[in-house]
Design a protein around this ligand. Sequence first.
Ligand code: BDR
Ligand code: CA
Length: 322
Amino acid sequence: MSSQRRVLIDTDTASDDAVALIMALRSAEVDVKAITVAAGNVPVDQATSNALYTTELCGSNVPVFRGAAKPLLRTLQIADWFHGKDGLGDHGYAPASYKVEQEHAVSAIGRTIAANPGIEIITLGPLTNLAAAILQQPGIVDSVSRCVVMGGAPCCEGNVTPAAEFNIWVDPEAAHIVFQSGLPIEMVGWQLSRGAAAINHGDVARMLNLDTPFAEFAIRCNSSAEQAFYEQTGEKGICLPDPIAMAVLLQPKLCLESSEHHVKIETTSELTRGMTVVDRLGVAPDQRNRHIWSSSLASRKVRVCWRLDVAGWKAALMTALR
Ligand code: BDR
Ligand code: CA
């Protein structure tokens, strides 16, 4: 029997998602059973086409499934201003010859988890597909050994609003369902990809020196994202939240500091829509707060990653692009 860990990837494939897919598809550690796609950064057809392009680039035969075209209850809000209209920096990549599977992503998630007890999941986009799969088959949560979520801005500012990070903000109702579901969630927030974790000029030079199609694509398809990140934060470099989450999935030790907390997703306020509210001091069960937190107190705590091994993450990326 294979010693590889089995993984399912849910993604709204744009530029940083594509790099995360390369990391997983080129890793000997994991056997990717399915890539499921939801609308998010770009509409779902474009995201699916980007996932197919990336699997073809890697010569992988992992099946790709198209899923939700919009959030559970809300209008879709995309981030093409960040990733480019095609999500890959608008360099005119030709469509892949690989074809999408006929089965819907939500059904593929349920079937793949049921067939692979102990499977690990990683979500790189809005949580629409996973929430829908849980609503259809609540029992699947017991078969998942880890669920790494790239999403949220724990105890800090977000990238879409002062309160919220994109993946959670796009579909907060889906995030609420997933965070309450009992899945063993490991939250890798957007803030971990900022500052020293962003890919700087020296890193880019080292990657391009590898002279592989993977390194060239990873850098090039993030050109628009690099510019948008600078305009958004004033920080230089390529910010790669999805590949960082993937690095943590592949090598859990890259998360240097984490702790478990109740986490609640804001779904009603306009001001703080999609906020990932972390009960960091454990005050939620207090009499004053209990009525607000009661449903969350009953559900499993979320492991929040606070600190990343930056050198380790960059080394993992280099290895993947070799
Ligand atoms: C997340 O939003 C998207 O723009 C990225 O692909 C990543 O999943 C970061 O907030
Ligand atoms: Ca993403």
